[in-house]
Ligand binder design. Structure first.
Ligand SMILES: *Cc1c(COP(=O)(O)O)cnc(C)c1O
Length: 389
């Protein structure tokens, strides 16, 4: 008999290095947006292999700044996925633009070049995509559509640290890529975010807009307290306390990604023979999944049994989650505002209603994966038999 375990869905990996980094900042002179934040930006850009990186207070702030500083607003349409974290679309809504929802692909959970092309209208100004749980969107083909129609592209990379297409990191294809350092993401700073862009002019605008629109930083002021304001801005900075944690986390990024890849492969392999259960993943070798979690989709006789399966998995000590519980147009705010015909989003709906997100984080070992696969298999077989008899 297998022993019950305690496998949490997500667990931040905090070491003594993070603790002493924080104490170091607290003992110093600069607590916010100083040397730690600047070093974190430089090291982050190096880790992903390019772009200008800007620390921000969270991933949603990064998305908001991206649309705002790209000049997207009232009267503009932005093509967005029906399946994502609500922040992907809230950012479009907050700047006053209209989100135009498209369904995702059945195998990857991502929006595709085909559905994007079909949704373009004369009002379309941007594409706001997400790399669903770290599986890359087909960026070369999407950028072709964007170029053809003169559209901006914002990549929500909140779960895509380590995601690549043809070896190029997510966030470096479009006009802006946004990352989140919320505790359960690949790396954490407590709360925090990063925006990356290939465009130096956009980087400058965003750098200014994240700090009140002032023309010079604290360190650049010849006379203390004297500055001018060049443009509208807000305060979306990341503190040096948070940034110092991120720098330590970043040092373990390759170890984190390796463990996630190893765990994902083991769990996926453990589920290959399980009927009525499909796993979302990349579809070709030129794609790199960041393996945020493993999405198992329940079909056939298991489709209506998700709540019971989750209950039994949790009872066996397996932490689970749902990414995401509703297609965004089905969330109350969006339903009331746009009243979309939800039958247009069958694949997004299937993920919301029939999937379970299983853990593959670096806090877990290979035998945890064997345990999860064994438990899910036992539960699924039991429920399938009882349904048939
Ligand atoms: C977590 C997440 C966000 C929001 O990031 P915060 O840092 O919590 O603001 C946005 N999009 C996706 C896909 C996410 O997973």
């Amino acid at each position: 008999m297998t022993q019950p375990r305690k496998i949490s869905f997500g667990k931040p990996w905090i070491t003594k290095a993070e603790c002493s980094a924080v104490l170091g900042v607290l003992a110093g002179d600069v607590l916010t947006h100083g040397p730690q934040a600047h070093a974190f930006e430089k090291e982050f850009a190096e880790a992903i292999g390019g772009g200008h990186a800007l620390t921000l207070c969270n991933g949603t702030a990064a998305l908001h700044l991206a649309y705002w500083q790209l000049g997207i607003g009232a009267g503009d349409e932005v093509i967005v996925p029906a399946q994502s974290h609500v922040a992907t679309v809230h950012a479009v809504e907050v700047v006053g633009a209209r989100p135009v929802f498209v369904d995702c692909d059945r195998a990857t959970g991502n929006i595709t070049p085909e559905v994007i092309a079909a949704a373009v209208t004369p009002r379309t100004r941007a594409i706001g995509l997400v790399h669903f749980v770290g599986i890359p969107c087909d960026m070369p083909a999407i950028m072709q559509i964007a170029t053809k129609h003169g559209l901006k592209v914002v990549e929500d990379c909140a779960l895509a640290l380590g995601t690549r297409w043809d070896g190029i990191h997510a966030g470096l294809f479009g006009d802006a890529g946004t990352f989140s350092f919320y505790p359960v993401k690949h790396i954490t700073t407590g709360d925090g975010g990063m925006l990356v862009t290939r465009h130096v002019d956009l980087a400058q605008k965003i750098s200014r807009a994240r700090a009140f629109g002032v023309d010079r930083t604290f360190a650049e002021r010849a006379v203390p307290g004297v500055y001018d304001v060049l443009s509208l801005g807000i305060n979306y900075r990341l503190s040096d306390i948070n940034a110092s944690i991120g720098r330590q986390q970043l040092k373990r990024l390759s170890a984190i990604l390796e463990r996630r890849a190893r765990n994902f492969a083991a769990l996926k392999n453990g589920l290959v023979d399980l009927e009525h259960v499909t796993v979302l993943d990349i579809t070709a070798a030129n794609q790199t999944n960041s393996h945020y979690c493993l999405i198992a989709i329940l079909d056939g006789p298991l489709a209506g049994q998700r709540t019971e399966i989750i209950r039994r998995l949790n009872a066996a000590g397996v932490g689970t989650s749902v990414y995401y519980p509703h297609p965004i147009p089905r969330l109350r705010y969006y339903r009331d505002k746009y009243g979309e015909n939800l039958s247009r989003f069958p694949n997004a709906t299937r993920i919301s209603d029939q999937s379970i997100a299983l853990p593959v984080g670096p806090h877990l070992e290979i035998d945890d994966m064997a345990y999860i696969a064994h438990e899910l298999t036992t539960i699924a077989r039991d429920l399938t038999c009882s349904k048939i008899s």
